[in-house]
Design a protein around this ligand. Structure first.
Ligand SMILES: Cc1cc2nc3c(=O)[nH]c(=O)nc-3n(C[C@H](O)[C@H](O)[C@H](O)COP(=O)(O)OP(=O)(O)OC[C@H]3O[C@@H](n4cnc5c(N)ncnc54)[C@H](O)[C@@H]3O)c2cc1C
Length: 374
């Protein structure tokens, strides 16, 4: 068998798949190595949100908007579900409503496509939202939802069918000695390698990660089914989310909001809780999350963190009777102070990592930039 290719990709998460896609479109012969029999990392454990509203105007927002376009095209061609359902940030307190107003003023003329809407308009879009004390919300039309575990399984197979991607699942890459890339089973000769290994900093070039402010972040997640059908419409979130994304950080009223939530409960900040509610094609609800940063992640998932998340969720939606059908945690790699880490530890080898909580939103856009240099 000819064990040679133009490009090797390490990791079949969204970052690796996006880079494989961009290289294949340019006509390169690409081999994809994945340690597991199918990807089980951050890319299948997330909400499936393509979330431009979480990026600041400029590089991040532009990248996310381009990525969203790719998601739309790929989902149609590859045949997996994607819903352009937009998002709603709900305001129940004066400070939250002020932050949203400031956000609209501050970012006039940028690429955001959002507006403030009234409580009545919100309920029309999303009847599950609690109306009591609801002051209004920020409606943004640019967000989309995929069902991550479906999309991430389907994309490599589609790339194989359409572009001849060579898939090597069950191959952990143990050594790179250009032009050779070695797995525990095979050795391949390639021109370039892209390492998209997510939260695995230990296997390849561990010393390189030591020189950058990267850590792992553990997030609690849940899936729920409701007794009666509930359609949430746009992806929903509320005041806590305003302290999570950088773009809201520039709104003067955020300080008051921050102090109020700290007074309400120290646990929100201590456990990095903000709450997003997404929905898949089957109507199942994806609920999260929390944020705990460390270089080695605790394997245990204390239930009280799920309770904090669910209690806050109940402040802004009424789901009727529901039951939690799955609980899990995900781990992503986070680079402090930037939205991605692109490094060349040796000629012809590129590490692409550190997309934090926005890998689904940014990867196709980032990969377009990285592969544009080929
Ligand atoms: C709970 C949670 C919710 C999130 N929600 C969202 C969201 O809604 N929207 C959004 O934009 N982002 C979200 N994110 C962030 C997003 O999921 C990540 O940024 C993204 O998945 C990172 O992709 P990745 O390819 O770098 O990592 P991963 O998906 O972890 O993939 C890395 C892959 O590399 C493989 N690998 C590692 N080392 C080797 C090796 N030596 N040889 C072979 N294979 C190897 C691993 O097995 C793994 O499959 C969320 C993350 C989490 C954890």
């Amino acid at each position: 068998m000819d064990r040679s290719a133009d490009i090797a990709i390490v990791g079949a998460g969204i970052v690796g798949l996006a880079h494989a896609y961009m290289a294949l479109r340019k006509g390169y012969k690409v081999v994809l190595f994945e340690r597991e029999q199918f990807a089980i990392g951050a890319s299948v454990r997330n909400f499936g949100l393509v979330w431009p509203i979480g990026q600041e105007p400029g590089v991040g927002l532009d990248r996310a908007l381009r990525a969203r376009q790719h998601w739309e095209e790929i989902s149609k061609e590859a045949g997996f579900w994607m819903k352009p359902n937009g998002s709603l940030h709900l305001a129940y307190h004066e400070d939250e409503w002020n932050v949203l107003n400031e956000f609209i003023d501050l970012y006039k003329g940028t690429a955001y496509k959002c507006s403030l809407i009234t409580a009545d308009e919100i309920i029309k879009r999303s009847p599950a939202v609690r109306k009591l004390n609801l002051k209004g919300g920020l409606w943004s039309e640019t967000e989309g939802t995929v069902y991550a575990r479906e999309a991430i399984r389907r994309i490599p197979l589609w790339l194989q069918e359409k572009y001849g991607l060579i898939i090597k699942f069950g191959h952990v890459v143990t050594e790179i000695d250009m032009p050779l890339i070695k797995t525990a089973r095979e050795s391949w000769r390639v021109d370039k390698v892209y390492i998209c290994s997510g939260a695995d900093f230990e296997t390849l070039y561990p010393e390189v990660y030591d020189q950058h402010p990267v850590s792992k972040c553990k997030l609690h997640m849940m899936k729920a089914v409701t007794e009666k059908p509930v359609h949430i419409g746009p992806t929903l979130c509320a005041g806590l989310t305003l302290r999570h994304y950088a773009a809201f950080g520039k709104c003067p009223s955020l300080k008051l909001l921050d102090e109020r939530y700290d007074k309400q409960s120290e646990d929100f900040k201590k456990h990095g809780v903000h709450v997003l509610l997404a929905q898949n094609e089957a109507g199942e609800l994806i609920i999260g999350d929390s944020h705990h940063y460390s270089r080695t992640v605790e394997p245990f998932d204390p239930e009280f963190i799920n309770e904090i998340i669910l209690n806050y969720l109940h402040e802004f939606v009424d789901l009727g009777n529901y039951k939690i059908t799955e609980r899990w945690h995900g781990i992503y790699s986070k680079l402090q102070g930037n939205i991605s880490l692109v490094l060349e530890p040796q000629p012809h080898v590129t590490i692409v990592n550190g997309l934090g909580g926005a890998g689904m939103s940014l990867s196709f856009g980032l990969a377009e930039e990285v592969m544009g240099k080929l």
